[in-house]
Design a protein. Structure first.
Length: 153
């Protein structure tokens, strides 16, 4: 014989009386895990934005004719937003749609462009539909029960 069977154990006996059923049964909610890696990369992108926009000093650009051009405050801010968006897109720390909306909001918030111009370009319905599709479940976790769908609790 290739396999040997162990003798079956005798069935365990249960006590004849069971404890009383409690009036209410409450289940503990599952602990939500904090994604520290994602938070770190979001913060690192924001540090890149602040560093490129406000801390670094850039030398003047010189064209072939010898004329110099200084980088304005708006230019430094646009460079910072570019680095932030590229960092978030490459490492996918937030959904692409949310990053696209964040670009428009940051441009208006830091007065890089007028709010009307920034929101006209970045608040297009196509951006909002892509952000809604790509971020479903990112901001709010999916409800566990029908009661959570209805009440949010």
């Amino acid at each position: 014989m290739l396999f040997s069977r162990k003798p079956a154990l005798a069935p365990q006996t249960h006590p004849s009386t069971l404890p009383q059923m409690p009036e209410q049964i409450r289940l503990a909610r599952p602990a939500r895990k904090i994604d520290w890696k994602r938070i770190f990369f979001i913060g690192l992108g924001l540090v890149l934005f602040i560093t490129a926009s406000y801390i670094l000093s850039y030398s003047d650009a010189v064209d072939p004719k010898g004329q110099t051009y200084t980088l304005t405050r708006e230019g430094r801010g646009a460079l910072g937003i570019f680095l932030l968006a590229a960092f978030w897109w490459v490492f996918e720390v937030v959904p692409i749609g949310i990053t696209a909306v964040a670009i428009g909001v940051l441009q208006a918030l830091f007065l890089i462009r007028s709010p009307k111009a920034a929101f006209t370009d970045f608040m297009d319905p196509s951006v909002w539909s892509s952000s809604a599709r790509s971020s479903s479940g990112w901001l709010l976790p999916a409800p566990d029960s029908p009661n959570e769908w209805l009440t949010g609790c």
